[in-house]
Design a protein around this ligand. Sequence first.
Ligand code: PEP
Ligand code: MG
Length: 901
Amino acid sequence: MTKYVYFFGAERAEGSSVMRNLLGGKGCELAEMTNLGIPVPPGFTVTTQAWVHYQRAGRRSPEGLWEQILEHLGRLEEVAAVKFGDSERPLLVSVRSGARVSMPGMMETILNLGLNDVTVEGLATRTKDERFAWDCYRRFVTMFGSVVLGIKRSVFEAPLDGVKRRLGVATDADVPADELRKLVRTYQDEVAARTGSPFPQDVREQLRRAIESVFQSWFAKKATEYRRIHGIPEDWGTAVTVMAMVFGNLGRRSGTGVGFTRDPRTGEPRFYAEFLPNAQGEDVVAGIRTPLPIEALHEQMPAIYDQLLAIAARLERHYKDMQDIEFTVQEDDLYILQTRSGKRSARAAVKVAVDLEKEHVIDQHAAILRIRPPEVNEAIRPVFDDREKAAAVAAGRLLARGLPAAPGAAVGRIEFDPERAVELAKEGEKVILVRPETSPEDVAGMYAAQGIVTSRGGRTSHAAVVAVGMGKACVVGATDLAIDEARRSFDVRGQTVRAGEIISVDGGTGEVILGAIETVEGRPDEEVQTLLEWADFYRKGGLGVRANADTPVDAERARRFGAEGIGLVRTEHMFFAADRIRMVREMIMATDQAARRAALAQLRPLQREDFIGIFRAMDGLPVTIRLLDPPLHEFLPNWKEYKEMVERKSRLEALESEPEERRRLEQLIGAVERLREANPMLGHRGCRLGITHPEIYGMQVRAIMEAACTAAEQGIRVEPEIMIPLTGTVGEMKETIEQTRRVADGVIAEMGVPVRYLVGTMIEVPRAALIAQKLAEHAEFFSFGTNDLTQLTFGVSRDDVAQFLPRYLDMGLLTADPFAVLDQEGVGELVALGIDRGRRRRADLKVGICGEHGGEGSSVEFCHKVGMDYVSCSPYLIPGARVAAAQARIKERLAGGGERS
Ligand code: PEP
Ligand code: MG
């Protein structure tokens, strides 16, 4: 018989941390803590395997499950010395979800289960607190009614609000016992009217239905959305933990709280927690009541505070990571209800990892492996310009100061509705989501927003915790904002601010400012610097990291971020500059060679100057410059402008005016029509352009080599690498390389500066990978252009993939966007094969990657495995790529691998 239920309690548990997949995060850590002797209320966990069998059988419990639950319930009664459903000493339980990875607030929890019309009286007598007992019952009927019976929460909340209004009291805690008793009756009548059956009095039936509902809550919309955002597989399912209730709402000597062993925003090593006296756990997490700083616990119950701190420190050492702990104090007894690895900002992630190494808790390998590469990039993302911000505040634009919940500088348009925020973001709009508080339903909207502001809630409220995990700037508890969702505006100190207006949010200081504030480049702080130094040390002998950069300014930035050269200069970006597009158009529209050469002659000095700037920024490092790649029509007016031109031309013709302008329009229209292609991505571009228009490549090679020679004369150490795009045949390779060498050698001879240079190719069409051996006869290096290679291997246009990608991801037909995460099975196979074949012909063939994948963690690891020399990515992704490259090498060493092949 399969074991579906695992017990924990009385300092002994059947599970442990290593059983995470089976018991879920919550269940396995409760077991682990029990074994460590930490005070945890007893209980049992129903496994994820039970969930799988339940779902497979069409939502029917697998054989033996219920019997096992009852058996463990018996054990629980023994350990807790109370009985489920007993009229005098009733056991109450919580029923909690718990997946393998934490999905905070996404699934359901039911508290105070085991109450009915009889046990509520027992609870009242036993606790000598009638109000407390009826409050628990009221909460239970609400939770069970909404979660299990599917009745809207407002059905229960409205009568409670009505009572509060009638009594003229502000909080739930002020509603007396007899009113609560009446409320429960009202609730039960509502349940009977809406479901056709009375509220279940059989506590076992309550338990069975609650467990099944928690199972089903895996499929709740918010949970499904969360899984999609975080790439969590659909078929993992959730475990369910049934645990004896402990009560934080038993009066002044009770309470509940949430705490982090370090500050999740900054990583500072201090206990960062909040406490809410006389309350149940859900009150804190939901952000409904604003909790007090943990100092309140220190003052009111110093012994409990000390005990909590000691447990927190112990848990952190045990798990070797920052922990997020939920605790409850019941009449001077402390209980830990949950511990998990705490969500943290990117900066905090780096600081915690580096600090733990310094504290000898983990080693450098572990510290590096623990960081997700994007976190390093995020840790040095832009911050607000201090001077601009001070000026905005001085000018009276500071709207509010709330609690700084998640660091970051965000600017965007105000939006109050999370769903609308998602839509606006899809349209490319930057939004700031402003809400009274957030709930798990809002997660997609939070994800779509640049930043989040709430008027209520504390530092551990839903908004704060989720934003920290998502890396979004967040300010909570900005109590000055009186939000009116219906009117889509908020009032603040006599001023009304509406949806659509721009605000700036500083999640590091808690400031909310009207209007946009400029941001400036962030600087790596000490810990980021340390981590990157470690990464570079462990990366030695592995992958180099270069940048894709098109201008001297980009190149300088790249170097500051640690680039070891440039892997791709897209020369066409230099053509797009406003003052140059005219010359480019002249070149394209030239009707004869002479006119074309004249236009090119104007462009050459400009390109040369850019190249000199780039060589200077990259003094001593290689610079790979790609010759023109996109089809020429990209430099001409687009389709919309074309139509406008046609209309304008006919208007002018009708008026018989402006003959000069008519001629200009005619030429442009003619060029657009001549160059129009059905499928430009597969059309007249890349080296095809260089072959049909050798004068264009000739001009570019000349500009590159003139720049290299000039820079070399100035004492700059140059290493130019000239790269031919989109090669697919040996003929193309031979032709373009010979052309290039002729021009380059000519310039060197003319200028008399002996610059060494390489000529190589991009591998972007599958055929190039297949004939790599022959291409390597001519090419001195390969750079995998995996954007095009992905497009051409899948036969999916990179511009059109968005049309169906979301559906494919939803259906699991793809696990990731192949234009972001390298498809190792298909495209990767071509990459590996291309490298292998290329090196067969030329053993010292230099190989890199310059598609977007060069900055993505798993793709970088792949590039390491297949023996590339370097990856190249956007300057902002370089820190992450350095860490990813180190991780690849460390993993290889830990797996016992030696040097790469
Ligand atoms: C590529 O195709 O991967 C590449 C880097 O070139 P581009 O994105 O400019 O086509
Ligand atoms: Mg390309």
